[in-house]
Write a protein that binds this ligand. Structure first.
Ligand SMILES: Cc1cc2nc3c(=O)[nH]c(=O)nc-3n(C[C@H](O)[C@H](O)[C@H](O)COP(=O)(O)OP(=O)(O)OC[C@H]3O[C@@H](n4cnc5c(N)ncnc54)[C@H](O)[C@@H]3O)c2cc1C
Length: 402
């Protein structure tokens, strides 16, 4: 049996990023994907500045910018009291070449990578419809079993097989954390919502004690991500009547709001006990999941993939020892816990706060931060994930400022 250098399990956005980043360094990669085609689920829609720097490094930033929407501001609102604070990404102009959030659906990002691989990187093999059912390891390789029963050996396996990761479970790695009581109902509306809610911008976080929400513009539609009370079942929340009530509550008696999508998601904050077990490395949602408040989950996964491609390049091409992979695993786990989990949990809690005194305190704090340019910049460095990548040593990107 021939031994692959690198096998990636999962052709989601994180697995595909890893494949492209490794291929550009000259490493051969085989990607195993259980589905027969790339996912067209929308899910993530926000790309932060460090992720765009990575995209520039990978040669796909122009394609992303051409397809996405540049959001230059974002707002924090209260459903009852209106605007609390508006932040301008222009404050970050001396920190990054991309002082904005790019709004672009996750499946379009995957398609852009697939196009970048197509024909130009014969060293990447994409095996669609070939799920992996298990993994064992010996001293020289990890052995994957495909759904058809084939055994495939690889020197390194990148488990990018999503939140329910088969590989993480096969390794017996813990995935501790919490599941929130509420779920999120995601509605995509093909209508100029900005004409119904004057004053909103492209990204709006809206606090409310019973139904906090996020209103976002993406290239094709407006998306509403609204909290569903814990006692409601998924079927009930997806029913026409419930959806119509939510839309009426937000936009009044508007006759026609064409819905392009309605989905419901549970919300978790969880991190794998370790990101490396010998020759298997966990990344993306297989390693960490978090609330979508803050738009950081996929971004963090792309950072995992980029950093790992640099470290694996050192091991496979430059003869470095595998301690660089241990350092990667520790660094990325720390970044997930200390930055992404921390910020997304805080944002979710603040948006959902029920205590009136706490709600008032939050409004006061946010107004003060927004009014002080130095504090606002510090806030934006966190929200845009720039402090995160600086604190956790993401390898240098070509377009990085400074
Ligand atoms: C409503 C919502 C909004 C979100 N918004 C944002 C946002 O704005 N910004 C952000 O950064 N993140 C956001 N996220 C999170 C983001 O969607 C995920 O972090 C992202 O999908 C993770 O990508 P991944 O490639 O790690 O995993 P996935 O996208 O889950 O991909 C895993 C892939 O592995 C395949 N697979 C699974 N098991 C196997 C197997 N055994 N063998 C082979 N293949 C397998 C799957 O078919 C899939 O293709 C959001 C999530 C939700 C639900």
């Amino acid at each position: 049996m021939s031994v692959l250098d690198v096998a990636v399990v999962g052709a989601g956005p994180v697995g595909l990023t890893a494949a492209l980043a490794l291929a550009r360094r000259g490493v051969a990669v085989t990607v195993f994907e259980e589905a027969g085609r790339l996912s067209t689920e929308w899910r993530a829609s926000t790309f932060h500045p460090p992720t765009l720097e990575i995209a520039c490094d990978l040669g796909i930033a122009d394609a992303m910018l051409a397809e996405g929407i540049i959001a230059r501001t974002y707002q924090i609102r209260d459903r009852r009291d209106g605007l609390i604070a508006e932040f301008d990404f222009g404050l970050l102009a001396d920190e990054t070449d991309y002082p904005f959030r790019l709004q672009l659906e996750q499946y379009k990002y995957s398609q852009i990578i697939s196009d970048a691989l197509d024909g130009r990187h014969p060293e990447v093999g994409l095996r669609l419809g070939e799920g992996i059912t298990g993994v064992t390891q010996h001293a020289d390789a990890a052995v994957l079993t495909t759904v058809a029963g084939e055994q495939v050996e690889a020197r390194w396996v990148l488990a990018a097989d999503g939140a329910r990761s088969t590989l993480r479970k096969a390794l017996g790695t813990t995935f501790e954390g919490l599941t929130y009581d509420h779920r999120y109902l995601v509605l995509s509306i093909d209508y100029p919502v900005e004409t119904l809610l004057p004053g909103i911008c492209d990204v709006n976080y809206i606090a409310d004690p019973s139904e906090h929400l996020l209103i976002l513009r993406v290239p094709d539609v407006w998306r509403i991500v609204v909290a569903v009370r814990p006692e409601l079942g998924a079927e009930e929340a997806l029913a026409d009547r419930y959806v119509a009530e939510r839309l009426r509550g937000l936009f009044g008696d508007h006759p026609e709001l064409p819905l392009r999508e309605r989905k419901i998601y549970s919300v978790h904050q969880r991190v794998a006990g370790n990101f490396r077990t010998d020759r298997v490395l966990l990344l993306g949602d297989a390693a960490h999941v978090n609330s979508p408040m803050g738009g950081m989950g996929l971004n963090g996964g792309i950072h995992d993939a980029f950093d790992l491609s640099v470290q694996l390049g050192k091991v496979l091409l430059d003869g470095a020892g595998d301690e660089v992979l241990d350092a990667w695993a520790q660094r990325r786990r720390k970044a997930a816990i200390e930055a992404v989990q921390e910020i997304t949990h805080r944002t979710t809690t603040e948006m959902a706060e029920q205590d009136e005194a706490e709600r008032r305190g939050f409004r006061r704090r946010m107004s003060q931060i927004a009014a002080d340019p130095a504090l606002a910049k510090e806030w934006m460095l966190d929200a845009a994930m720039i402090s995160n990548v600086r604190a956790h040593g993401l390898p240098r990107r070509d377009s990085e400022v400074g």
